[in-house]
Ligand binder design. Structure first.
Ligand code: ATP
Ligand code: MG
Length: 409
């Protein structure tokens, strides 16, 4: 049997990038031979094994044939007769369809190296269209390698367009989609992921709520870029530049969904978009079964981001309500993430990327003031139950009033 490195490990080494996860393909072996050598099978009907010592993945060379809708509908055929070239042709992109042996001899039947040099993401064969997840994968790779100058080949984009139109994207499970979406958002240029999905018509299918933001104007005084879709892309870009976590990036993507619902006669204003957007934010989160922390932060940022921007003008009582809504006493980190999302929103505007955002420190100070109210003295005064809650609120309000005065004085 022969073992080759394949996929990302070969691609990233040739790009001069660090290689973290190594996938290997085994040609000329049977499942029985693998088991006899101590490899552990990953799944019952999947010819993939883990190395007994390193735990790295070894997959038997295989061919694939589509047998139904979505991804469940795939039949694998693995046997010692399947050649390396046959295994490589089932892969998504030419730059992912190269293999190399121990001596770094390259097998590159589909010209991945040429496309690496030309900075092109190109599909290997028409079989690309058999798995709609590849639309998301290509957009994710575009987001990852945009900084190196990579773009999607026109013919690949055309295939992605056909896949988006065909209704196949809807067959993807929430889990598979979320995995790609969440990884893509953590890339260096997540806005490219959304842009590529939009370019091929997939955004309209997957997240029509985000797609609807393009072409919607905002007031030029606050938004020199005017277009709400472009603003959203810039906010995501800022979130990546500032190394924000997934929760914040996800909230950034969804914060303005309400603007897509504004009746045209009200343009470019978007009265109460914070509230109208909430049901859309909820719908997107449920569609992809986003994890709870992502879902929660997206809703809170959607509802309160304009509060964040107006932080310095908010009454003490409104500040208190804001802090209570975030349960800042038990969840201080979540409030930090809210502040970060607001700051990214403020900077994700044309020409304003470097602006200062004094609201951030002001909000932090307010949280500190409210959290500084001690419970013990109130307990000692005999407060308990709901009365204790009320007393705490009163003290926090006092603290916030003092904080406001000190800050404006
Ligand atoms: P990463 O750096 O994100 O791990 P990768 O290219 O190694 O990138 P993997 O998801 O680890 O991506 O997959 C390994 C290889 O398997 C890919 O390079 C590609 O050749 C192939 N592959 C994975 N998923 C698909 C798919 N849905 N369709 C076609 N080929 C795929
Ligand atoms: Mg990999």
């Amino acid at each position: 049997m022969q073992v080759y490195k394949v996929g990302g490990a070969v691609r990233d080494r040739l790009l001069g990038l660090p290689v973290t996860d190594i996938d290997r393909v085994v040609v000329g072996a049977t499942t029985e031979e693998m088991l006899a050598q101590g490899f552990r099978p990953v799944g019952a009907d999947f010819p993939v094994f883990l190395h007994p010592k390193t735990g790295e993945e070894y997959a038997l060379a295989r061919t694939e044939r589509k047998s139904g809708r979505g991804y469940g509908g795939f039949t694998f055929y693995a046997s010692p007769e399947v050649t390396l070239e046959e295994d490589l042709i089932r892969r998504d992109l030419t730059i992912n369809a190269m293999a190399e042996d121990d001596q770094q001899n390259l097998t590159d039947p589909y010209h991945g190296q040429r496309d690496l040099q030309a900075r092109i993401l190109r599909h290997v064969s028409p079989a690309f269209a058999e798995d709609p997840l590849r639309v998301l994968r290509v957009a994710r790779f575009a987001a990852r390698y945009a900084g190196l100058g990579f773009t999607v080949a026109p013919e690949t984009l055309e295939l992605m367009r056909q896949l988006s139109k065909s209704g196949e994207l809807q067959a993807l499970t929430a889990e598979r989609s979320w995995k790609e979406i969440s990884r893509a958002l953590m890339e260096d240029q997540p806005q490219v992921f959304i842009q590529v999905l939009r370019d091929c018509g997939a955004l309209e299918v997957l997240m029509p709520e985000v797609d609807a933001l393009f072409g919607v104007p905002q007031p030029e005084t606050h938004h020199p870029e005017i277009d709400t879709g472009l603003h959203t892309l810039s906010v995501l870009q800022q979130a990546a530049l500032h190394k924000q976590p997934l929760t914040v990036r996800w909230a950034c993507l969804l914060h303005d969904l309400g603007k897509g619902l504004t009746p045209q006669e009200q343009w470019p204003r978007h009265i109460a978009h914070e509230h109208t957007g909430l049901k859309l934010i909820k719908a997107v989160n449920e569609r992809f079964k986003a994890p709870k922390d992502c879902h929660e932060l997206a809703l809170l940022v959607g509802q309160y981001h304009t509060h964040g921007h107006r932080a310095l003008e908010l009454k003490a009582s409104t500040l208190l309500e804001l802090l209570q809504s975030f349960d800042v006493y038990r969840r201080p980190q979540r409030f930090e993430e809210f502040i970060a999302a607001c700051e990214m929103d403020a900077r994700g505007r044309k020409g304003l990327e470097q602006r200062s955002y004094p609201q951030a420190d002001y909000l932090r100070g307010a949280a500190t003031a409210a959290r500084g109210v001690a419970v013990q003295p109130l307990l000692e005064q005999g407060f308990k139950g709901p009365a204790l809650g009320e007393a705490l609120k009163r003290e926090r309000l006092k603290a916030l009033k003092a904080y406001k005065e000190a800050a404006s004085g």
